[in-house]
Design a protein around this ligand. Structure first.
Ligand code: ADP
Ligand code: MG
Length: 240
């Protein structure tokens, strides 16, 4: 589904991604781990062109999205993204947060968009919050709404950047449960997380990044039980 070749990203003189090669298959759940500052967010943001890669190519569903002729907005519609800080629109109800993009970007009428939104709210267990505003919700509820909002565009892949890192511990589980269900339904997912339990249970593949490179990758069993690289071993010793 996504072929990444020789992906580089520089911010001025800071060389953040140093030649990433990766292939993400349809239906795969890929978990990205690594120390703070290693380039995980930049990698994810390059995938949907929130950051413009400095060099390299990304082929998404057969189209080169790094090509200057590519329609960035079309690409982004097929890639849902969930951020650490939720990024809900504070002045809109939950329902409006979810229906806005399908109506504005896909031209879906309000009745249909509302139906899609209500179905998604039921899936994330928040049907009773349709008319609430974000500031009336807990962090875990906000993040479940953010996931529903991304799903409302019916994306082909979902990108998660530390979706539980800003949550109080007791709310992490409810968000991970929604993500697990999504994975079991066959959604293609790329997940940056420090939740090693989730990585082990749900990940098809785990990628360890450090200093802008993919150092090592494998199945969760391979990576967690038998890391080959010294840097992976050091990192896992600290987090497990
Ligand atoms: P991670 O998500 O693994 O913690 P990031 O991708 O956020 O790492 O950051 C990698 C490096 O790139 C860091 O040194 C960070 O300061 C730098 N960086 C990220 N975004 C920007 C930006 N927009 N401008 C300048 N430097 C950035
Ligand atoms: Mg990050």
């Amino acid at each position: 589904m996504i072929h990444i070749s020789n992906l580089h990203k520089k911010f001025g003189k800071l060389h953040v991604l140093k030649g990433i090669n990766e292939h993400i298959k349809k239906g795969e759940v890929v978990v990205v781990i690594g120390p703070s500052g290693s380039g995980k967010s930049t990698f994810l943001r390059c995938l949907n062109l929130l950051e413009q890669p400095t060099d390299g190519t990304i082929i998404f569903e057969g189209d080169s999205i790094t090509d200057s002729k590519n329609d960035i907005n079309k690409t982004r519609q097929k890639m849902g993204m969930v951020f650490q800080q939720f990024n809900l629109f504070p002045h809109m109800t939950v329902l409006k947060n979810i229906t806005l993009a399908p109506m504005q970007l896909k031209g879906i009428d309000e009745k249909e968009a509302t139906k899609i939104a209500m179905d998604l709210l039921e899936r994330v267990g928040l049907s009773d919050k349709a008319n609430a505003y974000p500031n009336q919700l807990s962090g875990g509820q906000k993040q479940r709404i953010a996931i529903a909002r991304a799903l409302a565009m019916q994306p082909d892949v979902m990108l998660f950047d530390e979706p539980t890192s800003a949550l109080d511990p007791e709310m992490v589980g409810e968000v991970l449960d929604v993500m697990k269900e999504l994975a079991s339904e066959g959604m293609t997912m790329v997940v940056v997380t420090h939740e090693m339990g989730f990585a082990k249970e749900v990940g098809d593949r785990v990628i360890f990044m450090d200093e802008g490179n993919i150092i090592e990758e494998g199945t969760p069993v391979e990576l967690f039980n038998d890391p080959k690289h010294g840097r992976t071993q050091d990192f896992l010793r600290k987090v497990l």
